[in-house]
Design a protein around this ligand. Structure first.
Ligand code: AMP
Length: 297
């Protein structure tokens, strides 16, 4: 049987990461990069996105290695999307230093026939109008999973609501869920988010794990106990890639939560995506088995 492909649209970026000590520039990142690496080890992953002429060869090599199709990854004259983030001492709080859309500002993809027929779509974090553009071209999606962030909740709420109305599963941080729903109580928040479209809402709680809500049913999973957090950038996107790849392989929601959390725990152990690139299958499997023991449903 042909394996089901996942279509990912999100940012392809060069990041500036400012930890409590030090600074790194031009780290290959973007929501798509993180999600692609986590999903691409076990599923065929097709990419929709755009990079500028400054995107380095090392970045292109990562895409060539982890993606099954780069037909809809375009290269345009201009700068790659750039994002800068500065972390507080606790590593939990982060300030965005800048977001420069670069070539994404004029990106209007027309999907290849193969990509129009992908059954699993991950709308990783990017402007909702681009997420909408992609799902409007999808012919028969089986599952549309969406992630977003505070910038788009604040600046593109109407477009985001339109995307949510067509999506099945929302992955969102706890603080962003509160921002989007405009209520503090988590049960009411989830009900409001479900009323916007997605039947399933996954609230990501960082070191406190995640909770999946389907109607009023819940599945709670813990976080893998990482000894040394080096850089949490991209953990949410990595979670999304692991999550959707389990679903595309006909896994259960518990499999999806465990796979997403296992990959996210690896992500935070290195700068940018570096640990994702070197982790072994055995290590991921060990973490998945550990995480499954933490599930409460
Ligand atoms: P996370 O830490 O999971 O929020 O993901 C950080 C990654 O998302 C970085 O690699 C950034 O390039 C990318 N990113 C940050 N802000 C945005 C944005 N507004 N739209 C799309 N991608 C973004």
């Amino acid at each position: 049987m042909k394996q089901k492909s996942i279509l990912i649209v999100g940012s392809n970026a060069l990041d500036t990461i400012v930890p409590p000590q030090g600074r790194r520039e031009d780290v290959i990142g973007g929501s798509t990069t993180y999600a692609m690496i986590a999903a691409g080890k076990t599923c065929p992953v097709n990419i929709v996105g755009v990079v500028g002429t400054d995107f380095p060869i090392a970045g292109k090599e990562i895409y060539q290695k982890y993606a099954a199709s780069l037909e809809d990854l375009k290269s345009m004259e201009g700068n790659t999307f750039r994002w800068g983030g500065s972390y507080h001492d606790n590593w939990d709080d982060r300030d965005t230093l800048f977001t420069e859309l670069g070539v994404f500002a004029d990106f209007n993809p027309i999907l290849s026939p193969e990509n129009q027929n992908c059954s699993f779509i991950f709308l990783a974090n990017i402007h909702p109008s681009l997420q909408n553009n992609v799902i409007n071209q999808a012919k028969q999606p089986q599952a549309i999973v969406i992630d977003t962030m505070n910038l788009w909740i604040n600046t593109a709420r109407a477009e985001l609501k339109e995307v949510l109305s067509k999506s099945n599963i929302l992955l969102i941080n706890e603080s962003e869920a509160v921002l989007l729903s405009e209520v503090e109580d988590i049960i009411t928040t989830v009900k409001i988010l479900q009323s916007l479209g997605p039947d399933i809402v996954v609230i990501k709680k960082g070191r406190n794990g995640a909770i999946l809500f389907q109607g009023t049913d819940r599945i709670k999973i813990g976080a893998y106990p990482v000894k040394n957090v080096v850089d949490p950038t991209g953990a949410g996107d990595t979670f999304g890639g692991g999550f959707i790849s389990a679903l595309a392989r006909d896994g259960s929601f518990i499999d999806a939560l465990a796979q997403g959390s296992a990959w996210a725990s690896v992500c935070v152990e290195g700068f940018g995506p570096e640990c994702l690139l070197t982790v072994t299958e055995a290590e991921i499997e060990k973490r998945i088995q550990f995480l499954k023991q933490t599930v409460i449903s």
